[in-house]
Design a protein around this ligand. Structure first.
Ligand SMILES: Cc1cc2nc3c(=O)[nH]c(=O)nc-3n(C[C@H](O)[C@H](O)[C@H](O)COP(=O)(O)OP(=O)(O)OC[C@H]3O[C@@H](n4cnc5c(N)ncnc54)[C@H](O)[C@@H]3O)c2cc1C
Length: 247
C-alpha cells in the first residue's frame, strides 16, 4: 500500500497568473519518466489529494509538478499559495503506464500534449529513454496563447542536443504566431499540417502515439487515428495509442 510522506517545497515558478510549477524534496521510490504521484494537502481538516505527473527526470534529486489553477477546484488554489519551505504530502509510490518502458516497439514516437499534459513528456525527454528506442520523436504541445507555452528552455536545449531525432511542433490555437500551428490538433491532423511540420507520417506501420491532457482532445484524436487503423495499446493486445486523461 502506498503511504503518505512529507515533501518540502524547494522552489515555486509562476509562469503565468494561473500556471505554476513546484519543486520539492521527498523520499519516494524509484519511478519511470512519465509516471505520476498523488499530492495532498490538509484543507479544512481533510486531506485533499490529486494525481500529478512528475516533470523531472528520474535522475534528478528533486521532484517537480506542473499545474494550472482551476478556480473552483479544491486543491489547485491551495497548491498555488504554497512557497519554498512549506510542506505537503505525496505518495511514496509512483503510478502509471505513460512511459517509454510500457510501449511496444515502433519506429516513431508521437507525444501529443494539451496544456499541463506536457509534464510527463518533459520528464521522458529529459530521461533520455526515448532516443535508443525510436528513430524519431515528435513533441506536439498545444496551448491557447503563446505565453502558456512554457518549459521552452528545456525543450530548446533537448532539441539542440537531439536535432536529428526530435521534432517540436508548437500548437497555439488562439493566436497567430510564426512557427506554430494555429488550429486544433485534430484539424492539423486532418489537413496534414501536423505531419508536414513533424517531417514524418503518422501511420499504423511506423508510429506509436502518446497523448496527455484534456480528455476531449484525446477522444477526438483517438477517433481520427482509428480511421488510420490505429488502436489503443493494451498489455495483452499491443496497439498504437497510449493515453493519460487529466480532466
Ligand atoms: C493520472 C492523472 C495525472 C494528472 N496530472 C496532472 C498534472 O500533472 N498537472 C495538472 O495540472 N493536472 C493533472 N491532473 C489533474 C489533477 O489531478 C487535478 O484534477 C487538477 O489539478 C485540479 O485539481 P482541483 O482539486 O483544483 O480540482 P478538481 O476537483 O480535481 O477538478 C475540478 C474540476 O476541474 C476540472 N479540471 C481538472 N483538471 C483541470 C485542468 N487542468 N484544467 C481545467 N479543468 C480541470 C475537473 O474535471 C473538474 O471538473 C492529473 C489527473 C490525473 C487523473
Amino acid at each position: 500500500m502506498p503511504e503518505w510522506i512529507n515533501a518540502e517545497i524547494t522552489e515555486k515558478r509562476e509562469w503565468t497568473d494561473d500556471l505554476l510549477s513546484l519543486r520539492f524534496r521527498a523520499a519516494i521510490g524509484a519511478f519511470k519518466a512519465g509516471q505520476f504521484v498523488r499530492v495532498a494537502m490538509e484543507i479544512d481538516g481533510e486531506l485533499v489529494a490529486r494525481p500529478y505527473s512528475l516533470v523531472n527526470s528520474p535522475a534528478e534529486s528533486e521532484l517537480e509538478i506542473f499545474f494550472n489553477i482551476v478556480p473552483d477546484g479544491p486543491l489547485t488554489p491551495e497548491l498555488a499559495s504554497l512557497n519554498a519551505g512549506d510542506v505537503i504530502k505525496v505518495t511514496d509510490k509512483p503510478y502509471g503506464f505513460l512511459t517509454v518502458e510500457d510501449l511496444p516497439d515502433s519506429r516513431h514516437l508521437w507525444m501529443l500534449a494539451t496544456g499541463t499534459g506536457v509534464g510527463p513528456f518533459i520528464s521522458i525527454l529529459k530521461s533520455g529513454k526515448a532516443w535508443p528506442k525510436f528513430e524519431k520523436v515528435v513533441l506536439v504541445y498545444s496551448v491557447r496563447t503563446a505565453r502558456e507555452l512554457v518549459y521552452q528552455e528545456v525543450i530548446a536545449d533537448i532539441s539542440k542536443q537531439y536535432r536529428s531525432q526530435l521534432s517540436f511542433v508548437p500548437v497555439i490555437t488562439r493566436e497567430l504566431i510564426d512557427g506554430a500551428i494555429n488550429q486544433r490538433v485534430t484539424a492539423a491532423l486532418e489537413t496534414g499540417q501536423l505531419e508536414q511540420m513533424a517531417g514524418i507520417r503518422l501511420n499504423a506501420d511506423d508510429s506509436h502515439v502518446m497523448m496527455c491532457g484534456n480528455s476531449a482532445m484525446i477522444a477526438d484524436v483517438t477517433n481520427l487515428l482509428k480511421t488510420r487503423n490505429m488502436r489503443k495499446h493494451l498489455r495483452r493486445e499491443p496497439g498504437h495509442i497510449t493515453t493519460e486523461k487529466y480532466h
